[in-house]
Design a protein around this ligand. Sequence first.
Ligand code: UDP
Length: 244
Amino acid sequence: MDEATQPVYRRVLLKIGGESLAADETGFGIDHGALEILAGEIMEARNLGVEIAIVIGGGNIFRGAAASGLGMERVTGDYMGMLATVINSLALQNSLERMGIPTRVQTALEIQKVAEQYIRRRAIRHLEKGRIVIFASGTGNPYFTTDTAASLRAIEIEADVIFKATKVDGVYSADPMKDPNAVKYDRLSYLEILEKGLKVMDSTSVSLCMDNKLPMVIFNIRGKGNIKRVILGEHLGTRVGAKI
Ligand code: UDP
């Protein structure tokens, strides 16, 4: 069979956890090499002619819930987490632009001197012009996660699909790094994720996708060429609510 060369999506939202920017298993910090590899993968995918929006997490720098467990006020911790996503967004923007890809960062929290404010119509315009749009600061509200921000933004910009990048090659019945009997799901329904309590995305973000019939593909972003392959319609990882 001939290899596919045409994207099966017009506009995608890619959700990347902050840990993808880290060098090693500690999942902490921003590593130049990891950033370059990630930006290269995104560039390849974008060169297929598909519009790409990105939501990046902040877990490699700060997580509000974890800090709150250690005694910090939750809301303060969450704002710190949101600011961490801004740092990651600027880092990714810088790497993409060094590769010649026009990029805009839009932030849900106003930080005028650093990035544009999130304006839906402007974001869509950027995408139509071939720019990659990185959404920073999550939803702009405490008690949410960047997974929920990804679902929300994907629905707002009318993306065809949300890609959730993970460290393993899909959704498993248990943690495959710890349980040798864990089985991988090729397809799942939104309800199965919620009912089985599978650790894919948090329940708010899954519910948002379910209510708005937004398909999700969960796959390993660390495999070379994987973003491109999924965009070309290859069955990698786990599909949720998707027709293809
Ligand atoms: N956060 C928040 N509201 C949002 C998105 C994120 O308060 O809408 C905070 C929250 O503290 C979270 C942190 O930002 O722990 C980093 O985001 P997340 O944990 O989703 O990052 P990821 O795990 O994807 O790296």
